[in-house]
Write a protein that binds this ligand. Structure first.
Ligand code: URA
Length: 424
């Protein structure tokens, strides 16, 4: 077989055969297919798409490029959640122990953040001593004992995706629904979970801001999950404004802990409980996540989860050397705080990375003091900007310069959960 034939066929709107797709994914994984040819095929797919059959074969080939974990030895039902990522999205931190405390095993294999959306592992690494890398045996033992694991995916989990995603990242070929759906679902299916809840974000801070695109992605992923025997449901949720008050690693951990302790911002609690309810139903458990959260059992599961991975749940979180202020330019009511602008500001303060080799600062980020609907006066503090490096403050202020919409009219109420998708 010849990669040029595949590129030309896709470029001209043709269909690839199952043999061609299996050959390509295997050649990409082993490195036999050169990056420039792989990138050319990816660009042709961005333009021409994949048919349902091509997508099914492509995803199966990605799963089969590595190991599919077997979680059948656990005596708890397995259910996981994946979010397409957003600004201040620390839901996994509270959700994972909450659903474990409801009786499930939550095998959350996660990644690191790139760009303005934070990665779950980067957030957890703000906790002193916590380690993301677990062996398969450690992962299984923790799932059985604690019920909750947030850990780094091993090198053998859908390795084709590692190669393809790195290539897509540097060739402008991330934005394709079949490529995103196969990338996310190959990793989640290979992880071995029986149930999966997808939190597909829309709005300015989301990966795909357009709700219609988000819905198409959600339907595509739900279809792939079902085709591979994973009970999958998606919620489409609003990411036009930051979720909760904090964006940045240690700041978000602190907010997740506050939520587990019975406090926390209302929007974060609403999204966490809606996802927890879906997960509990997929796992056929008879628990009420709101009651379990209020009982303190989710906090116990969090402490066990952190301690099992070397973290000290009682250790104070690191704090920034400098805290600057972002203030309201005029009097009025806050109608909107743009999520993307807050995400970019947190990133510029050091919370995120521009290239995957970069380090992130655990302490950097933005903490809102005011939110949509609050009346403010000119000069009042809207948010704190946290960083260890004051030279980064002007760039963060620049990112926030048009983030705020203030008017005399009250804002329209925010509907956080727009749609639920359980079939295709
Ligand atoms: N996240 C992934 O894991 N893959 C994509 O393609 C996009 C977001």
């Amino acid at each position: 077989m010849n990669t040029v034939d595949l590129i030309v066929a896709k470029r001209d709107g043709g269909e690839l055969s199952d043999e061609q797709i299996n050959w390509f994914i295997s050649g990409v994984t082993t490195g036999e297919i050169p990056a420039e040819q792989a990138a050319a095929l990816l660009m042709a797919i961005v333009w021409r798409g994949l048919t349902g059959r091509e997508l099914a074969t492509w995803t199966a080939a990605m799963i089969n490029s590595g190991q599919r974990l077997d979680l059948s030895s656990l005596d708890r039902p397995t259910v996981d959640k994946h979010s397409t990522g957003g600004v201040g999205d620390k839901v996994s931190l509270a959700l994972c122990p909450l659903v474990a405390a409801c009786g499930a095993a939550v095998p959350q294999l996660s990644g690191r953040g790139l760009g303005h959306t934070g990665g779950t592992l980067d957030k957890m690494e703000a906790i002193s001593g916590w380690r993301a890398a677990l062996s398969d045996d450690e992962f299984l033992a923790q799932l059985q004992d604690v019920g909750a694991v947030i850990a780094a995916a091993t090198a053998d989990l859908a390795p084709a995706d590692r190669v393809l995603y790195a290539l897509r990242d540097v060739t402008g070929t991330v934005a394709s629904i079949p490529l995103i759906a196969s990338s996310i679902m190959s990793k989640k299916i290979a992880e071995g979970t029986a149930g999966l809840v997808l939190d597909v974000k829309f709005g300015s801070g989301a990966f795909l801001p357009d709700p219609a695109m988000g819905e198409e992605l959600a339907r595509t992923m739900v279809g792939l999950g079902h085709a591979h025997g994973v009970d999958t449901v998606a919620l489409l949720t609003d990411m036009d404004q930051p979720l909760g008050l904090a964006a940045g690693n240690a700041l978000e951990v602190a907010e997740a802990i506050e939520t587990l302790a019975g406090g926390g911002p209302a929007d974060l609690i609403e999204v966490t409980l809606a996802l927890a309810q879906e997960m509990v139903e997929l796992a056929n458990l008879d628990a009420d996540p709101a009651k379990v959260l209020a009982s303190g059992q989710a906090m116990d599961a969090w402490q066990s989860m952190v301690a099992a991975q070397g973290g000290d749940p009682a250790a104070p979180l690191p704090t920034a050397k400098v805290v600057d202020h972002w203030t309201a330019p005029v009097d009025g009511v806050i109608n909107r705080i743009d999520a993307l602008a807050v995400g970019v500001a947190a990133w510029r303060l050091g919370a995120g990375r521009a290239r995957k080799e970069d380090d992130v600062s655990p302490v950097a980020g933005v903490r809102l003091r005011r939110v949509q609907g609050d009346r403010v006066t000119a000069g009042e503090v809207i948010a704190e900007l946290h960083t260890d490096d004051p030279s980064l403050l002007p760039a963060a202020h620049g990112a926030l310069s048009s983030a705020l919409t203030i008017s005399e009219a009250a804002p329209k109420p925010r509907h956080l959960i727009a749609t639920r998708i359980a079939d295709t």
